[in-house]
Design a protein around this ligand. Structure first.
Ligand SMILES: [Zn+2]
Length: 299
């Protein structure tokens, strides 16, 4: 599809050092604005997207979705959509977790460092969406709502949608408490299908110190293994279920098969490396007409 521009960044290359070493594309307290802006220029040059308007929101693990349009004086405007609480007018970067547009020359972006980025494209209507989905967003059905909003706003038919699920923390590493599993089971009829129990033997294992023998129970009284059951959440399975439930064909769903926490050589992982790590970008947009020079880089 020559009209479509989309990418998931990795941490390869870039000027950042320290906890956010590599191609950090998010402003964090562990990195300088200069480095991040330099990295952004590198990334957009590589994408040949340096002349495209960049749209991004303040991510808050919600189900808030915005329609992005080019407003007066070609500045980006964010219009609240069906599931979005009204925002102050003129808010340059409103709070939300999904963006959609059918305008050429706008690049939608979400920042991730374990959460699942979901990119959608309507190949008939040439409309696109970018969704940031961690467990809270997934619990709020943000992926299914994203498809629904594309249908409502652009007239997208689910059979015309293709979806790309980017690198994220995967079930091998995404431990969550029982309350998260309970919340999904309360919300979705087959919510338990997204979880695998973490083996109790592993949870109960004493630290692997040599020459130490443990005779006492590992859990203090009243804090047995039953009190802190752990599960692993499969964000990809949850996203696939929401896409299917919205009518997207499983054969139109592509998955980048990487766990960010297993592969910190390639990706930033909030769980594995802490909040001072860097951020990656997932972007999607429709290219401006070739030869167009009217657009300017902007955030
Ligand atoms: Zn993993």
């Amino acid at each position: 599809m020559p009209w479509l521009l989309h990418a998931f960044s990795t941490r390869g290359g870039g000027a950042s050092k320290g906890p956010a070493a590599g191609l950090n594309l998010g402003f964090t307290e562990s990195d300088s604005r200069k480095n991040v802006e330099h990295n952004q220029r590198l990334f957009f040059m590589r994408l040949e997207a340096d002349l495209i308007l960049l749209a991004s929101v303040r991510q808050v693990h919600s189900a808030a979705i915005y329609l992005v349009v080019r407003g007066r004086s070609r500045k980006i405007e964010y219009l609240p959509s069906g599931f979005t609480p009204a925002t102050k007018s003129g808010d340059r970067q409103p709070a939300g977790d999904a963006l959609m547009t059918d305008e050429k020359g706008i690049l939608l972006s979400v920042r991730v460092a374990d959460c699942l980025p979901v990119l959608l494209a309507d190949v008939r209507r040439r409309a696109v969406a970018a969704i940031h989905a961690g467990w809270r967003g997934m619990l709020h059905s943000i992926v299914e709502k994203g498809v629904g909003e594309m249908r409502r706003v652009f007239g997208s038919r689910p059979q015309d949608l293709v979806a790309a699920l980017g690198p994220s923390i995967r079930a091998c590493c995404y431990e969550v408490g029982e309350e998260v599993r309970d919340a999904f089971c309360g919300r979705f009829p087959h919510g338990d299908a997204f979880f695998q129990p973490v083996s109790q033997e592993r949870l109960n294992q004493p630290p692997a110190l040599p020459h130490v023998l443990s005779f006492l129970p590992v859990n203090p009284p009243g804090h047995g293994a039953d009190d802190d059951k752990k599960y692993r959440l499969d964000l990809v399975a949850a996203a696939r279920a929401q896409l299917r439930s919205a009518g997207v064909s499983p054969s139109n769903i592509e998955v980048a098969d990487f766990c960010t926490a297993c592969r910190t050589d390639l990706f930033f992982s909030h769980r594995k490396e802490g909040s001072r790590t860097g951020r990656m970008l997932a972007v999607i947009g429709t290219k401006p007409k070739s030869g167009t020079s009217e657009l300017t880089a902007s955030e």
